[in-house]
Design a protein around this ligand. Structure first.
Ligand code: NAD
Length: 297
């Protein structure tokens, strides 16, 4: 049995496959090539870089599984795969700590002008007076999407003295000291808003939602590109309606939206929410174990 790994697998994950006699080939292919090579494999393992649309699934005549090292499966036509009996495996929760810590990295960075100070000090400038920041303690964090990452983000926020107000489309039960509210309430009351929802068919945060936010609110998107309308966000940053944005994910990746990524009041990272040693180990072990269970179970 042989699986194709297109976006890497941690050494611990590779060892689990080897120990169970599952061969693999670790190589990235663009879509055209992927369609040509996929007929040779019983499974395909991707992260976020490889798309698995219907054409790939149809070409994979021997496919017994599609695996995603990570949580979001929006890069896979998972509904089609499941409709023809091919299971789609993923690792929900394995990277929650890494994403949550990145959310706070962006919030602290924005609150204290860290990106701007880094850029100007590298040019030899000393702009101490320009960087009068704010504390996160005492501020209200609005969380949109109160699943695994949203709830962990709430725990971190409460630990540093923030208040938390959260919205989710699903019924939420929590023992955390947070207010569960409707979308409008979250938008209107939060000083910082962070998104933790899956990819949506259309942008979830547009000029309309931004208008409802507090003047000078901060927006963090470590969820999925396209969840925030980048054009509307840029306009709000330019007008000062939004004081700062922390962005890890983009409508198009790699992004070419330099106007946004080089804006003086953003903190940007290139989709690295899950890119930590610990998360990749956890993801690698969990996905390898699921592949073994599916192929050998
Ligand atoms: N930046 C990264 O590298 C990275 C890494 C991991 C996950 N993510 C993203 O984070 C998202 C959240 O991950 P998770 O593990 O918490 O998922 P989860 O499934 O546990 O939680 C998602 C929550 O969003 C809610 N939701 C869905 N649509 C909504 C809507 N329109 N409005 C409000 N709530 C809505 C769901 O009910 C659910 O509670 C993932 O879908 C993924 O897109 C990003």
């Amino acid at each position: 049995m042989k699986i194709l790994i297109t976006d890497g697998l941690s050494p611990k994950g590779q060892k689990i496959l080897q120990d169970h006699g599952i061969d693999f080939n670790s190589q990235h292919y663009e879509l055209d090539e992927l369609i040509k090579v996929i007929p040779d494999y019983e499974g395909i393992l991707v992260r976020s870089a490889t798309k698995v649309p219907r054409e790939v699934i149809d070409a994979g005549k021997k496919l017994k599984l599609i695996a995603r090292g990570g949580a979001g499966i929006d890069n896979i036509d998972h509904q089609y795969a499941r409709s023809i009996g091919i299971p789609v495996l993923n690792t929900p929760g394995a990277n929650s700590y890494s994403v949550t810590e990145l959310v706070f990295a962006h919030m602290f960075a924005l609150a204290r002008f860290i990106p701007q100070a880094n850029i100007t000090m590298r040019k030899g400038e000393w702009n101490k007076k320009a960087y009068k920041g704010i504390e996160l303690a005492g501020k209200t964090l609005g969380i949109l999407g109160f699943g695994k990452i949203g709830q962990l983000t709430a725990r971190f926020a409460l630990a540093i003295g923030m208040k938390v107000v959260a919205f989710d489309v699903a019924d939420v039960e929590t023992d955390l000291d947070v207010e569960i509210a409707d979308l409008e309430t979250v938008l209107k009351t939060a000083d910082f808003i962070t998104l933790h929802i899956p990819k949506q068919a259309k942008p979830f945060i547009t000029a309309k939602e931004i208008e409802m936010m507090k003047d000078g609110a901060y927006l963090i998107n470590c969820a999925r590109g396209g969840v925030v309308d980048e054009k509307d966000l840029l306009a709000a940053l330019n007008s000062g309606k939004i004081a700062g944005a922390g962005i890890d994910v983009y409508a198009e990746e790699p992004t070419h939206n330099l106007e946004l990524t080089s804006h003086s009041r953003v903190s940007v990272t290139p989709h690295i929410g899950a890119s930590t040693v610990e998360a990749q180990d956890r993801v690698g072990i969990q996905i390898a174990e699921k592949i073994v269970a599916t192929l050998k179970g």
